[in-house]
Write a protein that binds this ligand. Structure first.
Ligand code: SF4
Length: 89
């Protein structure tokens, strides 16, 4: 999987950094998202996918193959697991 972020859409809510701190952080000045790791490891992927799902602004896009069944066990529900992520807005 691969992650991209649209910092212009980011509201600075910080849900991503709380959910997947190894993948996302926030700019200390603007509060907007900082992408720490665009290609999360298999252990980071479930939290990164969940962060994309709960982001209130749809600023996080997930691309790549659908997750394995064990990746979904984090409770994200997989609703944002399609190859196009949340890009539809
Ligand atoms: S959860 Fe979304 S809106 Fe909030 S900081 Fe992360 S990318 Fe920005």
């Amino acid at each position: 999987m691969e992650i991209s972020v649209d910092r212009e859409r980011c509201l600075g809510a910080g849900m991503c950094a709380l959910t997947a701190p190894e993948v996302f952080d926030q700019d200390t000045e603007s509060g907007r998202v900082l992408l720490l790791n665009a290609v999360p490891s298999p252990t980071q992927a479930p939290a990164a996918r969940k962060a994309a799902y709960i982001c209130p602004s749809g600023a996080i896009t997930v691309t790549g193959p659908r997750p394995a069944a064990d990746e979904l066990s984090v409770g994200a529900g997989g609703a944002n697991s399609g190859p196009a992520g949340r890009s539809g807005g």
